[in-house]
Design a protein around this ligand. Structure first.
Ligand SMILES: [Zn+2]
Ligand SMILES: [Zn+2]
Length: 273
């Protein structure tokens, strides 16, 4: 089901402008908003959550800016993070400056610059050898650095660095958890008719987003905080081939998570079908 939903949620490739004189089928009207039956709507009401889809355009900004790839903010005296396995500089996937986040998202990342690096070195297979899908792998790093003075960097030390994209804004979305998370993690009692109704309500967004509910490809996979053992919460979702030219396995989706009690503990994991 998750796989099918994923297939059909992707945009078809753009065929370019139609040839002159060719009949063009008018675009399909947007689907009607799904109507959630009353009793189910009541059960789900407390679980609506706001998410923010990242809007980005080509090009890098300041080293402290929010972005995909490009030049990271490296605190003075430190060097660009290296892979714990091959020791090569890791690719910057995402950087989020707390100052650039929408008002309602502040509690997800209140201050500093959040960074997520992942080893994509073409000569090594670190993401396979070090189980890059697993949080706290040696081939990835999720962290927050302070926005103090930084090292002067004029070029990325990463081999085949991805083209930079600047995050220019956020599109607000309202989301519900998927049925599995609703039923088994949140303990919402759902009967067969509720589950059937939920199938028709696609309230979860793939793509790159801040907050909201995770778009799980397999089961619910919040990692446990290594300090307190409590499940960590979603901060940011990273998708395959959206703002980064990279596939997590077969169109997988990854999640940057954080412990609520230990805000310095961040993790990243991904899953694919
Ligand atoms: Zn590596
Ligand atoms: Zn913790």
């Amino acid at each position: 089901m998750g796989f099918l939903r994923r297939l059909f949620s992707r945009k078809p490739p753009d065929d370019g402008p139609p040839a002159p004189g060719r009949w063009v089928r008018p675009p399909d009207p947007p689907p009607p908003d799904p109507v959630i039956p009353g009793p189910l709507a009541e059960k789900l009401a407390p679980f609506w959550r706001t998410g923010w889809l990242a809007e980005a355009e080509d090009g890098d900004g300041e080293t402290t800016a929010s972005k995909f790839s490009g030049l990271a903010h490296i605190p003075k005296g430190e060097s660009w993070p290296r892979c714990g396995s091959c020791d090569k500089p890791m690719q910057l996937f995402v950087q989020l400056n707390a100052k650039d986040l929408p008002e309602g998202a502040r509690e997800l990342h209140p201050e500093g610059i959040l960074q997520f690096f992942y080893c994509t070195d073409p000569e090594s297979m670190c993401d396979v050898d070090c189980e890059g899908w697993r949080p706290f792998s040696k081939a990835s790093l999720a962290r927050v650095v302070t926005e103090g003075s930084g090292e002067l960097i004029s070029a990325s030390p990463v081999k085949d660095a991805f083209p930079a994209k600047s995050i220019t804004g956020w599109k607000t979305v309202e989301e519900l958890p998927n049925w599995e998370e609703a039923q088994y993690t949140l303990g919402i009692e759902l009967d067969d008719s509720d589950l059937k109704a939920l199938e028709g309500i696609n309230s979860l967004n793939p793509g790159e987003k801040l907050g909201g509910w995770p778009y799980w490809i397999q089961g619910v996979e919040y990692p446990d905080c290594p300090k307190c053992g409590e499940p960590m919460g979603l901060v940011f979702q990273v998708d395959s081939d959206q703002n980064l030219p990279f596939l997590f396995g077969d169109l997988g989706v990854g999640h940057i998570t954080r412990c609520k009690r230990h805000p310095e503990v961040l993790g990243f994991g991904w899953a694919c079908t």
